[in-house]
Design a protein around this ligand. Structure first.
Ligand SMILES: Cc1cc2nc3c(=O)[nH]c(=O)nc-3n(C[C@H](O)[C@H](O)[C@H](O)COP(=O)(O)O)c2cc1C
Ligand code: SF4
Ligand code: SF4
Ligand code: FES
Length: 597
């Protein structure tokens, strides 16, 4: 059936949990009420990326981009836009500061500098319909590989492409496949998709799986053919129920179409996949821990070598790849390694998906060519800093990474440049901070995470991480000394050298990074006992300026511990011995009478 119009409803986790299902149902009802179901199809798609503006509904062929849609808006969208051809202006996305709505994705600042390879199908197809994936060239690469290319040809194409693993380490993907392929005389090999994604704030892999699960299945089958495996596992955390559900639907459809199972596409190649659920421990994303967990053992890392491509699951060659890495593979086979190599930088080709969050106007999921600068990401795509505040720093690489400051905003982002700045690409979490964020406080958050997530197997990580956290805590309380800062270097050195896995080896990174870039702010906590951003509770006090206070009583009514006294229309006062420094009085006072110092 040829439809004249498509109503695409975002069914990514953000929009889905914000009445997405109800919006979809109301749109279907409205289409039926107008008796136009034969001409108009309502489709659930993956995340459009611009989650900040969700729930999002896009109508084709006009490409009208409707934001913050509610179920109540559905009848109007159908009656006005679809039936009468009149766009519903009040729901169209308006660029900040612009009068006129941008009604096409290509006109929107958020999308203009993006380039989508990994997210190519997210927001375009129904992830639960294999035909829609096939309609966008899906499974063509698998067909090509099985009928035209030898395993060495696939490796050669990936080598040409320069694809490096997106799970954090940036290891050349072709090399890993070639190690596994090179092992002979074994009865079994495996491919594994690492969908553990434990970094705080990161949801790139989850969205890719939710929006385009077939691309991962296709890539795993290509990898399996290349190394000679007939079995694959997708290791995914149980907190991702929507992604798991969509993967299960996609795997069943692929089996029904003869794209998974025995003798795929009538060839000698047989391959199938099982899903394994992780309980959500960060360390289980580390490949040796992940392998232990799939084997049914406790998910703790083991020493390498042997490396998994040679000796992995149950001692057999196992190629573990990240979701984003995999999503690139069918496109590289389809368009060629040379095409891919032209995108990005000399040493890191292709694109990177980032979860852009924090104090930025347009937060969401973005995909940009490697080499895009942080300035372009934050100011062009992200629409700048919220509430006109000043940019302070961006944290990349999550708990393994570090901060990037204003002076490095124009550095082209790739694996090597970020490491040179003392940070990391990590899996792609990118958190923007403004002048109100305290660098010590943010770093404490990451250290706390790493300490909590350490599996405890080796003492440099188990003890070192705790010690680092204690020092940071002392700094934030104003009770640290300069000697404590010296200790950080010694502990960091020991952790980097002696920890068994990447978690312990990278735990000191955030604190080393701020020591390098925010020494002054760190020492103002230590020497002057001042937190310049006013965040560290022990170093902040609130008082009321009697000159400005008009005695409106709002602060006293809001104070959770009733420690503000004063009669109506008379200056109020805070009992410092009772104040818990929640800052509520500072936030609510309309006369700037509450002073934070
Ligand atoms: C503590 C820790 C957690 C990790 N978590 C993940 C993860 O959630 N997802 C992932 O793909 N890789 C993760 N990695 C990296 C994996 O060990 C491995 O390098 C990756 O899965 C390889 O795939 P790639 O070559 O496609 O990047 C983690 C590494 C460490 C040290
Ligand atoms: S470095 Fe940390 S997380 Fe890794 S094995 Fe040692 S204790 Fe466990
Ligand atoms: S900071 Fe919180 S606890 Fe202290 S006076 Fe203000 S409202 Fe009360
Ligand atoms: S979840 Fe809907 S736009 Fe991201």
């Amino acid at each position: 059936m040829a439809y004249k119009s498509f109503i695409l409803v975002c069914a990514g986790t953000g929009c889905h949990s914000n009445m997405g299902e109800e919006i979809y149902n109301e749109l279907v009802k409205a289409v039926e009420a107008h008796n136009i179901s034969q001409d108009v199809q309502v489709v659930k798609t993956g995340c459009f990326g611009f989650c900040e503006q969700g729930p999002i509904v896009k109508i084709l062929p006009e490409e009208a981009f409707y934001v913050k849609v509610t179920p109540d808006d559905a009848p109007e969208l159908v009656a006005e836009h679809v039936v009468k051809g009149r766009q519903v202006d009040r729901l169209l996305y308006k660029e900040p500061g612009m009068e006129k709505a941008s009604n096409k994705i290509d006109d929107m600042g958020f999308y203009q500098k993006q380039f989508r390879i990994v997210l190519r199908n997210c927001g375009f197809i129904n992830p639960e319909d294999i035909d829609e994936y096939i309609g966008r060239n899906g499974y063509q690469s698998l067909g090509k590989v099985l009928t035209e290319l030898s395993p060495d040809d696939v490796i050669e194409e990936l080598k040409k492409s320069g694809l490096r693993g997106r799970g954090g380490a940036g290891f050349p993907s072709w090399m890993k496949l070639s190690f596994s392929k090179g092992v002979t005389g074994v009865d079994q090999k495996y491919v594994v998709c690492n969908a553990d994604e434990g970094d705080p704030g990161a949801y790139m892999d989850r969205s890719t799986l939710e929006g385009d699960p077939h691309s991962i299945i296709e890539a795993m089958a290509i990898n399996a053919y290349t190394i000679g495996a007939d079995k694959g596992f997708i290791y995914i955390r149980a907190e991702y129920p929507l992604a798991i559900e969509r993967l299960e639907v996609a795997m069943k459809q692929a089996r029904d179409y003869g794209l998974l199972g025995d003798n795929i596409l009538g060839t000698d190649f047989s391959f199938d996949i099982e899903i394994r659920l992780g309980a959500g421990a960060f360390v289980c994303g580390e490949e040796t821990a992940l392998i232990s967990s799939i084997e049914g053992k406790r998910g703790v890392p083991t020493p390498r070598p042997p490396f998994p491509p040679v000796k992995g699951l149950w001692g057999k060659p196992t190629c573990v790849n990240n979701v984003e890495t995999l999503a690139n593979i069918p496109v590289i086979i389809e368009k060629g390694g040379d095409w891919f190599k032209k995108i990005g930088t000399e040493k890191t080709s292709g694109t990177k998906v980032f979860a852009l969050t924090g104090k930025v106007n347009n937060s969401g999921l973005i995909e940009v060519p490697m080499g895009t600068t942080l300035r372009e990401i934050i100011f062009d795509i992200g629409g700048g800093i919220k509430d006109g505040k000043k940019f302070k720093a961006a944290q990349t690489g999550g708990p393994s990474g570090g901060v990037i400051t204003e002076e490095h905003l124009d550095t082209p982002i790739d694996f090597d440049n970020l490491v040179a700045l003392g940070s990391m690409m990590g899996s792609g979490g990118l958190i923007v901070m403004d002048e109100d964020d305290c660098i010590v406080d943010v770093t404490k958050f990451y250290l706390d995470f790493s300490v909590d997530e350490s599996c405890g197997k080796c003492s440099p990580c188990r003890i070192g991480g705790r010690k680092l956290y204690d020092i940071l805590d002392k700094i934030s309380k104003g009770s640290a000394t300069a000697e404590d800062v010296d200790k950080i270097d010694a502990i960091a050195e020991a952790m980097k050298k002696a920890s068994l896995c990447g978690l312990g080896q990278t735990t000191p990174n955030p604190v080393l990074s701020i020591l390098h870039y925010f020494r002054d702010e760190l020492f103002s906590h230590i020497n002057e006992k001042v937190c310049p951003a006013g965040k560290c509770k022990d170093l902040v006090s609130f008082s009321i300026d009697a000159e400005k206070c008009i005695g409106c009583t709002l602060c006293a009514r809001k104070c959770p511990v009733n420690c503000i006294s004063g009669a109506k229309r008379q200056a109020h006062e805070i009992d410092q011995s009772q104040c818990v420094k929640c800052g509520e009085c500072f936030t609510v006072c309309k006369f700037d009478a509450v002073v934070k110092a």
